[in-house]
Design a binder for this molecule. Structure first.
Ligand code: SME
Length: 146
């Protein structure tokens, strides 16, 4: 992964007048990072997380209650969560049998949880501090769009 190139592409997109910016940010992440196989954004509405944009396989989990699954846990904790091996996580909602690991990063406004970036990987234990830094930086850059 080349963090500088990804952030440059995202900055260019944010500075443009182009439509569907959140969907296109999902596209950039999936294209640029080998171990990102499904990239989506869930937005909090009441006590439900709603999938607003994604790239990758269709999922029937377009609505997730707060507290359920990895996504729902992050909505409660407001902290980035990495599951390096989904088989070890009890509170997990499976979207596809190909998924081996997952990272979920909160998007905050004025410190409050408003949405999250959810990434599934077909690789085992691929996530490092570099993913956390990249995705938390992007979460800050896009929070005004939620
Ligand atoms: N695995 C997630 C559900 C969403 S899918 O990954 C798209 C979870 O446990 O919350």
């Amino acid at each position: 992964m080349n963090k500088e190139i990804i952030l440059l592409k995202i900055d260019q997109l944010l500075a443009s007048e182009e439509p569907f910016i959140l969907k296109r940010i999902c596209d950039i992440l999936k294209q640029e990072v080998y171990h990102y196989d499904w990239v989506g954004i869930y937005v909090l509405e009441g006590s439900i997380l709603k999938l607003t944009d994604y790239v990758g396989k269709y999922t029937e989990h377009s609505q997730i209650p707060v507290g359920k699954g990895v996504c729902g846990q992050v909505a409660e904790s407001n902290k980035t969560m990495i599951v390096q091996d989904v088989k070890t996580e009890d509170n997990y909602i499976a979207c596809s049998i190909d998924v081996q690991s997952e990272i979920v990063v909160p998007i905050k406004r004025d410190g409050r949880f408003v949405a999250e970036i959810d990434i599934d990987s077909h690789s085992m234990a691929p996530f490092t501090d570099a993913d956390v830094e990249l995705l938390e930086t992007i979460a800050n850059k896009i929070s005004h769009l939620i």
